[in-house]
Design a protein around this ligand. Sequence first.
Ligand SMILES: C[S@@+](CC[C@H](N)C(=O)[O-])C[C@H]1O[C@@H](n2cnc3c(N)ncnc32)[C@H](O)[C@@H]1O
Length: 213
Amino acid sequence: MSGSHYFTGAPDVASERRPITVKLPDITLELTTDSGVFSRSRLDPGTRVLLEHAPPPRAKGPILDVGCGYGPIALTWASRRKRSAVWAVDVNTRALDLVRENAQALNLGNVQAALPDDVPADLRFTAIYSNPPIRIGKSALHRLLKQWLGRLTPDGSAFLVIQRNLGSDSLQKWLNTEGFPTTRVTSVNGFRILEARPRPEGEAPQSGRGTTS
Ligand SMILES: C[S@@+](CC[C@H](N)C(=O)[O-])C[C@H]1O[C@@H](n2cnc3c(N)ncnc32)[C@H](O)[C@@H]1O
């Protein structure tokens, strides 16, 4: 990954598409990646941990991948749950084009790739799977998580993979302080999977001030 492309709307680096194979224990996906998108030459190791070790959705309903890149998380869940709508959200338009093309090539009609503002405002999700963009900085990350975790259904869960030495423990603490009950599902190869549940109805965050840092 090149840091300069990390949260670019439309990468200016020349397109250089390539095929990659995403091989998981239950499924193998042939995907296309491109320059200017996250981890274009292989499935990111954190994403692999999430796809191999996070539990399936706790309830039926729409699934969301926040920060989808070329779509390995969204496309895996769309393949595993063909009857569920899967939303893939990113700010990188090249990444969104790849998700659409990959979904078409895999014949997955249940995938919607969209910019954050293009997701219908009243849509709620029963499951969120994300390898979140840690490098956008703490307060931007906190804003992003609050925005999307606020759209979980009451029986929903968000599964987030975070590298241990990129602050997974402090993020877990912050999520709890913000009122999203959060536990560690597992820790594998230096990555942690956190499960965050929605705020219990009517409960204010402990921080009480809606801080972002
Ligand atoms: C760690 S990468 C994960 C990409 C992909 N899910 C994967 O596993 O290969 C995080 C992604 O978040 C995207 N991103 C950055 N800021 C974002 C924002 N505000 N909203 C949605 N996505 C964002 C980046 O463009 C990048 O594709």
